[in-house]
Design a protein around this ligand. Structure first.
Ligand code: TXA
Ligand code: MG
Length: 547
């Protein structure tokens, strides 16, 4: 079949193209259209032969009913056998928008739209292109998501083209979808309104209009054997990438800890933005941890991205279930076939302490005192040297980036040569950080989590604790402090440096000093305070942290 492509950016001024699209729909053809949730594959909802083509193009099971899309609330009366007051109040509050309401159906709706049920799912999308197409067609449009059945729903026209070219009469490009997950489905055909599929209209928003609302068991749990699905779509292992996903339960720290201890068992991670740098596996991100709308927006795209990268086994982060997060969890859990992983608590019984301190504050002393109490000190200075040992992959990358003349004849790193090249420009310095930091961070965390798994407290003694965001993984952060004159005197005595050198060192630590001020615990390492006593106080605070 020949598939026409349309790009509609300004529906009000593209009436000729809209009329062509509408004519295809009226003639009983299928057209993929943009909506604010995901792309839909539309056909005339009143024409069973047209609707049949949707099932064929998607390879969709016959028993999974479709959603009927309308452009005016008045159209409800042509489709639903009864329109309760609750439906009108929902329409008033959330239509047009990402909400589908299930009502008893009228006979005008063919059997294959509702898959033989006596109810029908109805929604009024807010996407201006979807609205313009429904209006131009002059008929309600049945439209499931425009993916091959079982695959993640498409959130842009390119993805629709991948799945549907040659199978449908036309594909309309209306840009990327805002919400990225399908509409909330709520049934009003049950005694108490019940959410069958969570989406961008949240349970709380529904309750604000309807009072009590139930959430179907199948939203966050696999359907029990032999149970009948309230929403037939819930039966299927939906939204799946080709890779096998596993949800790692818990917060960021639990996730990262798990990944380090099991990194041979997966090849990719699916995490939130900014977490990639902590992980020893290639990662794809889906939004920000605290912003579920950014997660819904990019989840399906991230799942397809994993496939493009050839992922086979993926460790995925667990989103929160509040608000739109419930919809994100529903899709992600199903994509994973409800496979969850969790480290046994005893495998992460040790705690992580992030320790920082300015030059001369006496961090080394405190480290020795902590070691005497059984802590394992992860020495990041040592790690920074280890990652560029002769023959290491990081050193190879550095040589490829900055030139082979940063290497001595025996293949070892010539630090001065590297510094001369890297610090010659701002980009060079950035590139150096981009290459070395991930290697340092990963080795640091590997050691820290290994120690914690053995029940030990791991002390991450890192100048880049805050700048690299490692503090996010620590149970507690502590700054060792001393007044400037004390630090100056110590450096003078220890390193025999002249004052101007000491000033330079202090100036270079300005940013670090500001960040260290944000530490959870301040350890005063100067008279009259006793370092041993102060360290004891720190030790007890750490023991009680997150307990
Ligand atoms: O955001 C959306 O809703 C997108 C866009 C294209 O509008 N459409 C969509 O359609 O997600 P689809 O077919 O992929 O999902 C429809 C869901 C399925 O889970 C189906 O089982 C359920 O709605 N459904 C449809 N009619 C139903 C009914 N009468 N009773 C219970 N569930 C129904
Ligand atoms: Mg679908």
């Amino acid at each position: 079949m020949n598939t026409n492509l349309y790009k509609i950016t300004d529906p009000e001024n593209q009436t000729a193209e809209l009329e062509e699209i509408a004519a295809l729909l009226r003639a009983g053809e299928t057209v993929a259209i943009p909506t604010e949730t995901v792309y839909g594959l539309a056909a005339n909802a009143l024409d069973p032969d047209a609707v049949k083509k949707i099932f064929i193009a998607k390879g969709r099971p016959q028993d999974n009913p479709l959603i009927v899309h309308i452009a005016e609330t008045g159209a409800l009366y042509e489709i639903a056998a009864a329109v309760p007051d609750a439906a009108l109040r929902l329409a008033e509050a959330y239509w047009p928008g990402p909400l589908t309401v299930i009502l008893p159906k009228k006979d005008a709706i063919p059997e294959n739209v509702s898959a033989g049920l006596d109810t029908v799912a109805i929604r009024m999308p807010s996407h201006p292109v979807a609205r313009a197409i429904i209006k131009a067609a002059g008929v309600p449009l049945a439209a499931p998501s425009a993916n091959i059945s079982g695959f993640p729903s498409p959130t842009d026209a390119e993805t629709v083209c991948d799945d549907m070219t040659g199978k449908v009469a036309a594909i309309v490009d209306g840009g990327p979808c805002d919400f990225g997950i399908e509409s909330t489905v709520v049934t009003l055909a049950s005694p108490v309104p019940r959410v069958l599929r969570p989406g961008a209209v949240t349970v709380e928003q529904l309750e604000a209009v309807l009072g009590k609302v139930e959430v179907d068991e199948a939203v966050l749990h696999p359907l029990k054997k032999d149970a009948v699905a309230a929403s037939p779509g819930m039966k299927y292992k939906h939204y799946s990438p080709k890779a096998q996903l596993y949800i790692v339960r818990g917060d960021l720290k639990a996730f990262v800890s798990y990944v380090y201890r099991h990194k041979e068992e997966a090849d990719h991670c699916l995490c939130f933005e900014g977490e990639e740098r902590f992980l020893p596996l290639p990662a794809v991100t889906f939004g920000k941890e605290a912003e579920p709308l950014t997660q819904s927006h990019s989840l399906f795209d991230a799942l397809r991205q994993l496939d493009r990268q050839g992922a086979k086994t993926v460790f995925a982060r667990e989103p929160k279930t509040e608000g739109v997060g419930l919809g994100v969890c529903n899709r992600l859990f199903r994509a994973a076939g409800f496979r969850f992983l969790e480290d046994a608590p005893e495998n992460r019984s040790g705690k992580l302490l992030g320790l920082c301190g300015l030059s001369g504050a006496g961090k080394t002393t405190v480290c020795s005192l902590l070691r005497a109490r059984g802590a394992e000190i992860v020495d990041t200075d040592l790690i920074a040297r280890e990652i560029v040992e002769t023959g290491s992959p990081t050193l190879e990358t550095l040589a490829n980036t900055f030139g082979r003349d940063i290497l001595r004849p025996d293949g070892s790193l010539n630090r001065n040569a590297l510094a001369a090249k890297a610090f010659a420009s701002e980009e060079g310095a950035k590139e150096l950080t981009a290459i070395t930091h991930p290697a340092i961070i990963q080795k640091t965390l590997a050691q820290a989590f290994a120690a914690a798994a053995n029940g030990k407290t791991a002390v991450i003694d890192a100048p880049l604790l805050f700048t690299a965001g490692l503090d996010r993984l620590c149970d507690l952060t502590a700054a060792v402090t001393a007044p400037e004159d004390v630090r100056r005197a110590r450096i003078r005595a220890r390193d025999g440096l002249p004052d101007e050198e000491i000033n330079k060192r202090f100036a270079a630590q300005k940013e670090e000093a500001e960040k260290a001020a944000a530490a959870d615990f301040v350890l005063k390492n100067y008279p009259p305070y006793d370092p041993e006593e102060e360290t004891g106080r720190l030790w007890r605070t750490l023991r009680d942290a997150n307990a």
